[in-house]
Write a protein that binds this ligand. Structure first.
Ligand SMILES: Nc1ncnc2c1ncn2[C@@H]1O[C@H](COP(=O)(O)OP(=O)(O)OP(=O)(O)O)[C@@H](O)[C@H]1O
Length: 245
């Protein structure tokens, strides 16, 4: 397993945001982490990436226990992330945003910078400050910048937030391209179910900080506990169809 999370629990004061969370991620796949608002998805990302120290539990990445290690250490081990609300260096150019996170400078780094700019269709914006980019391009840049640290595991936190349907389709293609072009594994938080169903090989479903289901996307869609968690008893399904009552 590339990542094993065991018994992860996190309290914010008296609020238990993540409760005995277990998850395993195999190398080379796109795994989805879904669940209703406030279920604890972003908190889980923050725990994995060292932004919060868990109350208890263990996180093993590539055989190393990274539980409670500082964020720079975890990034150095090969876990990169993007944020729900973009966190680009707004006054730096596209090129500079990528360059500042690269570990080394030199010929190889410059070639990698060009490759990322090209793959993410950012050529025409390369010298623009990131704050001057259209929204979709900012989102692409955030993923390109995360890849610039050459991670083994990429955590994407709602990359389709605020996108229109055609932008969501483009993003899905981009994520498929990433898994082909880079030697990488992806953990994806996303509310857009169409995208989740299209991309993910496996899903983990969180509700009130607990895992309520894990498995193949098709099985998850038909899991009554999951449907209930999203919409309450007797509600519509997460497939978007209204159920007859
Ligand atoms: N820094 C914090 N301090 C206190 N409570 C927090 C903090 N961050 C998150 N929470 C609480 O922890 C719970 C889980 O939040 P989290 O953001 O992880 O959920 P989420 O599944 O990512 O939700 P969404 O889909 O809305 O982004 C929520 O009740 C939230 O209010």
């Amino acid at each position: 397993m590339l990542l094993s999370v065991k018994g992860l629990t996190h309290y914010f004061g008296g609020l238990r945001a993540v409760n005995d969370f277990n998850m395993e991620i195999e190398k080379g796949i796109i795994q989805g982490l879904i669940g209703p608002n406030g279920a604890g998805k972003t908190t889980t990302f923050n725990l994995i990436t060292g932004m919060h120290v868990p109350t208890s539990g263990e996180i093993i990445f590539s055989g190393d226990n990274i539980t409670g290690k500082p964020a720079y250490h975890i990034a150095g081990k090969g876990i990169a992330r993007t944020f729900q609300n973009l966190k680009l260096f707004s006054r730096l150019t596209v090129r500079e945003n990528i360059r500042v996170v690269q570990n080394k400078q030199g010929k190889d780094a410059a070639a990698e910078e060009e490759r990322l700019i090209k793959l993410f269709e950012l050529e025409k914006y390369a010298e623009y400050r990131s704050c001057d980019l259209p929204y979709g391009a900012q989102r692409r840049l955030e993923i390109a910048r995360a890849l610039a640290i050459k991670p083994k595991l990429l955590l994407l936190d709602e990359p389709a937030a605020g996108m229109n349907p055609s932008e969501v389709d483009n993003l899905s293609e981009l994520i498929n391209m990433i898994i082909k072009e880079f030697d990488i594994t992806i953990l994806l938080i996303e509310h857009q179910m169409r995208m989740v169903m299209k991309l993910c090989h496996k899903l983990t479903v969180l509700n009130f900080g607990e895992v309520i289901a894990t498995g193949a996307p098709r099985d998850i869609l038909n899991n009554s506990g999951v449907v209930e968690a999203y919409l309450g008893k007797g509600g519509a399904s997460i497939r978007g169809k209204r159920s007859e009552r």
